[in-house]
Ligand binder design. Structure first.
Ligand code: F6P
Ligand code: MG
Length: 474
């Protein structure tokens, strides 16, 4: 397409790529899990009309899985009223209506979730059903120890910020360390070992240069531009800019959304931002991505944490297990978080701004040309934080760049001069990676045992390594 990278995108036909592995091994499992979830809901249906319609959708998903597994040509997205249907079908035509194993990975994976969604949007009784909802809330509920520990530490921190009158470099140094801590927790998202956190009392932080665990985790962060990012936010604050906005283009629901809100709450409490705009998806996407309903579900869980954690889930009922009671102290810490976030949301400091662009098939190279209003809106932000792997793939066009290509080059029209400050907080779960030092990719391949002859960059598939890349576009 005319606005895309000249560097070729990763293709599902490339057997040395995670594109191929995803298509062959992961997508059939994801569709099967969707079928199982829907079947479970259908079997609980009282209304026969809704039940019959649900069974019809199960058949459609089974057909999709068959086409995928037998490498059939992709079929046009049926018109379900979505403005993006034409976008998907035009691009499918321009690609020559290829089959599942001979197509750009990024387009095909977006097509998969958009195709899934048509079966629900074309229905009468299942229009807004989210086949991934059960998985998302279950993951969040199973992160209970990490959720509670982080709530307690966050409460200490915000209380200290409120009481602390330190000024000058001492204050600034402590705030910078905290900023790094919060961003690194946010980066690792569902890493539930909270050993990333130092004890968060202000005094301790001023002494600490970061916990041992943080040092250990830092060695897996291959690019770390947090210092430059912090300077941009600090400068805007010191210049006395009245409204200082930070955007978070969200990734996954559950624990990752929880830590994103922890970061947002910290940015607002510390004064590094006066407004945080969250960008969720508008349809069920890549299994765990955030929908507005997931934000509501998280807040309602925190509004009554004892009910949320002490009411047995369907699985616990089946296994006849009683969830452990929630201690009063933990319930109070979670309640504090709820009050904080509900207040920020009520006061308009923390807002959700959906946009269909985030579930379009193309890369973010197209943003300035295809979604000018959103592009202009993002320009008013001090920093736009893009969370997770898919966002990174879309920023870089999911193209087979040389890994030493500068990040600012790989993000094309969103780079220097774009008017947008871009921060990617990305744990690597795909082939594309840029901004490495020359030879660094080869080094990691050697240590991770990837130096086999088929050239697969397997180390970049595991989520074990991360890049924190910043581009100053203003
Ligand atoms: O790794 C498989 C995959 O589906 C990738 O295609 C995609 O980029 C990623 O998972 C989604 O990860 P994240 O939720 O971090 O964007
Ligand atoms: Mg995701």
């Amino acid at each position: 397409m005319e606005f895309d990278t000249k560097t070729p995108p990763y293709l599902t036909s490339d057997k040395s790529s995670f594109a191929y592995i995803s298509a062959r091994d992961r997508w059939p499992v994801i569709v099967t899990q969707a079928i199982d979830d829907l079947y479970r809901s259908v079997s609980q249906c009282e209304d026969s009309e809704k039940r019959d319609e649900g069974k019809k959708i199960v058949e459609e998903l089974s057909r999709l899985k068959y086409e995928l597994q037998h490498d059939r040509q992709l079929t046009p997205i049926r018109d379900d009223g979505g403005a993006d249907v034409a976008l998907y079908n035009t691009e499918l035509e321009q690609l020559g209506t290829p089959s599942w194993f001979n197509i750009p990975w990024l387009f095909c994976e977006c097509y998969l979730y958009r195709r899934l969604n048509t079966s629900f949007r074309l229905s009468t009784h299942w229009k807004t059903y989210d086949v991934f909802y059960r998985q998302k809330i279950k993951t969040f509920r199973s992160s209970r120890p990490a959720v509670i520990e982080l709530a307690a530490r966050y409460r200490d921190l915000v209380t200290q910020i409120g009481q602390n009158k330190k000024t000058g470099t001492e204050h600034d140094e402590a705030q910078k360390i905290l900023f790094f801590e919060m961003c690194e927790i946010c980066l690792w998202g569902n890493a539930t070992d909270l050993s990333l956190l130092t004890s968060l009392t202000y005094e301790d932080i001023q002494k600490l240069q970061g916990s041992e665990a943080r040092k250990a985790s830092e060695k897996n962060i291959l690019v770390n531009d947090l210092a430059a990012t912090y300077e941009v936010l600090k400068k805007a604050k010191n210049e006395g800019k009245k409204e200082r906005r930070v955007d978070i283009v969200l990734d996954n629901a559950g624990f990752e959304l929880y830590v994103d809100l922890i970061l947002a709450g910290y940015l607002l409490s510390s004064g590094l931002a006066t407004l945080v705009v969250l960008h969720p998806k508008s349809i069920p996407w890549f299994v765990s991505d955030v929908l507005p309903a997931d934000f509501a579900a998280l807040l309602s869980a925190l509004a009554d944490p004892k009910r949320f954690y002490e009411t047995p889930s369907d699985d616990e009922k089946l296994q006849d297990t009683i969830p452990p009671p929630l201690p009063e102290k933990d319930a109070a810490d979670l309640g504090f978080l709820f009050q904080e976030w509900a207040r920020m949301h009520a006061e308009g400091q923390l807002i959700m701004r959906p946009n269909a662009f985030w579930t379009h098939p193309g890369s973010y190279w197209r943003l300035p040309f295809m979604e000018k209003d959103l592009y202009d809106d993002l320009k008013t932000s001090e920093v736009v934080i893009f969370k997770g792997d898919l966002n990174y793939r879309k920023l870089t066009g999911d193209a087979a760049w040389d890994p030493s290509t500068p990040f600012v080059e790989a993000i094309g029209p969103l780079g220097p001069g774009s008017g947008v400050n871009v921060l990617a907080l990305r744990t690597c779960k795909a082939d594309v990676v840029v901004g490495l030092k020359p030879g660094q990719d080869e080094e990691i391949r050697a240590t991770e045992g990837d130096s086999d002859d088929n050239g697969a960059r397997k180390w970049a598939w595991s989520g074990k390594w991360a890049v924190v890349s910043f581009s100053e576009g203003k």
